[in-house]
Design a protein around this ligand. Structure first.
Ligand code: EPU
Length: 419
């Protein structure tokens, strides 16, 4: 077990480089199941979740070569269509193999993901959509068992715009007969990255990035060129909040400004000065942090994956703020930890009512998911004194070299063994 030890109160200053997006890499790797022959990705983030997705495909028979941030995958010799509980329980995004396995191999057995720290997170919309495409799906002994003679294009309407649900349907529909239309699709940039990659392999997907996506099924897919994964908007946003909370001045190289409008607007509201550079964003913060209200929304709205980091930031703002979480029903697990550091936050239903305090005080804290961990890093680096964070494995699922990057910005942070 490990812990992270931080000494707060030092402004973060300098330059930091953002890596490839975790939530783009995971569906892209999974989509290699659909292809005939090898494909290659660049800008692959070195993260635990990416490792888990690779282990899952390896278990099925795929071959991998990973050098630095370049990944070659040949999934054409898959001989097992099983995603076992042992892997799925460590990463819910394993559900992303369901659509491509069914499309290419006409069967799949994927452990049903359970709830997690941030909510119940059912996958009923994935299952209903695959049934509509002609698959037989049954949930048995904790597994989603599915098979199909062939998949047929259909109209799929999502009650809620689901990100991985949209990605699963896109992947299933690329090799289906006929045309599939997804209505109320997720519009996240990671969905667009997946569609762009598949189109470069011969798929016919239109409208990704809008609410309506049309997929004309094709008979096979083959990679033609290396696909460069988009930059991680949540990693970039996290460094922006860190800069703001520590009253620093940081140039965030590769920050994808075009995907960060909602986050940038809120940082401007709290008083940050933000300049868009040729290759990223420079953010500076001086003086009092101002209060603001936030409501999480599907993209292009304010991302739920930035909510915990903003909770920490607003806990040291001047005045009161209200955060409304509309995506996940339990995504306030960082609040009791922040309270232990001196924050004044009351949770009522899906609202967190924050009365800004002058400063937070270092304390031992525990992270319960990736973004809760990021929020505690923000708090720890802004607080007076020493903060020790447990639950470090959550951080490693989504942030590459976080301590090294923060130390290069003059932050005081180190990892230690813990009993
Ligand atoms: N939902 C259902 N039924 C379904 C699917 C979703 O009710 O079948 C509900 C969920 O419970 C939630 C809402 O729909 O209330 C949206 O969930 P969505 O399906 O979009 O979430 P996801 O695809 O499981 C992805 C990201 C999450 C991110 C959410 C929301 C990946 C691999 N994961 O999850 O990322 O929070 O979209 O933007 O893309 C993270 O990186 O820390 C993370 C949790």
């Amino acid at each position: 077990m490990e812990k992270i030890v931080m000494k707060g109160g030092k402004p973060l200053c300098g330059k930091v480089k953002i890596g490839g997006a975790k939530n783009a890499a995971l569906p892209l790797i999974s989509s290699s199941i659909l292809l005939d022959g090898e494909c290659e990705f660049s800008n692959v983030p070195q993260l635990k979740d990416v490792e888990t997705m690779c282990s899952l495909l390896k278990l099925m028979g795929a071959e991998f070569e990973l050098k630095q941030h370049n990944l070659k995958i040949d999934a054409s010799n898959i001989n097992k269509t099983l995603a076992p509980y042992e892997l799925v329980r460590t990463m819910r995004a394993s559900i992303l193999v369901l659509g491509p396995l069914l499309a290419k191999y006409k069967r799949a057995s994927v452990s049903l993901p359970g709830g997690c720290a941030i909510g119940e997170r059912p996958v009923n919309l994935h299952i209903e959509a695959l049934r509509k495409l002609g698959a037989f799906v049954e949930v048995k002994n904790g597994y989603i068992e599915t098979k199909a003679k062939k998949l047929k294009g259909e109209e799929i309407y999502f009650d809620i715009p689901t990100v991985t649900g949209t990605e699963n349907v896109i992947m299933a529909a690329t090799l289906a007969d006929g045309v599939t239309t997804i209505l109320n699709a997720a519009q996240e940039p990671e969905v667009v990255d997946l569609a762009n990659f598949l189109n470069s392999c011969g798929a016919k997907i239109e409208g990704a990035g809008t609410k309506n996506i049309v997929i004309k099924g094709v008979s096979s897919l083959k990679a033609n060129k290396v696909h460069n994964i988009i930059y991680d908007r949540i990693e970039a946003g996290t460094y922006m909040v860190l800069t703001c909370a520590t009253k620093g001045d940081v140039e965030i190289e590769n920050a994808p400004y075009q995907f960060l409008h909602a986050v940038v607007e809120k940082l401007k509201d709290v008083g940050a000065s933000i300049n868009v550079k040729k290759n990223g964003i420079r953010i500076k913060m001086k003086g009092k942090i101002k209060h603001t209200d936030i409501e999480t929304m599907p993209y292009p709205g304010f991302p739920t994956d930035m909510q915990p980091q903003f909770t920490s930031l607003l806990s040291i703002a001047d005045g009161s703020s209200v955060i409304t979480e509309t995506i996940f029903e339990k995504r306030f697990s960082h609040v009791p930890e922040l309270t232990r550091m001196g924050a004044n936050i009351k949770v009522s239903g899906n609202h967190a009512i924050i009365e800004g305090v002058d400063h937070l005080n270092g304390a031992p804290v525990t992270a319960t998911d990736i973004r809760a961990a990021a929020s505690l890093i923000v708090a720890g680096l802004a607080a007076c004194g020493e903060t020790v964070m447990f639950g470090v494995h959550h951080l490693d699922r989504g942030y590459e070299n976080l301590e090294q990057k923060i130390r290069a910005l003059s932050g005081s942070i180190r990892r230690e063994k813990s009993e």
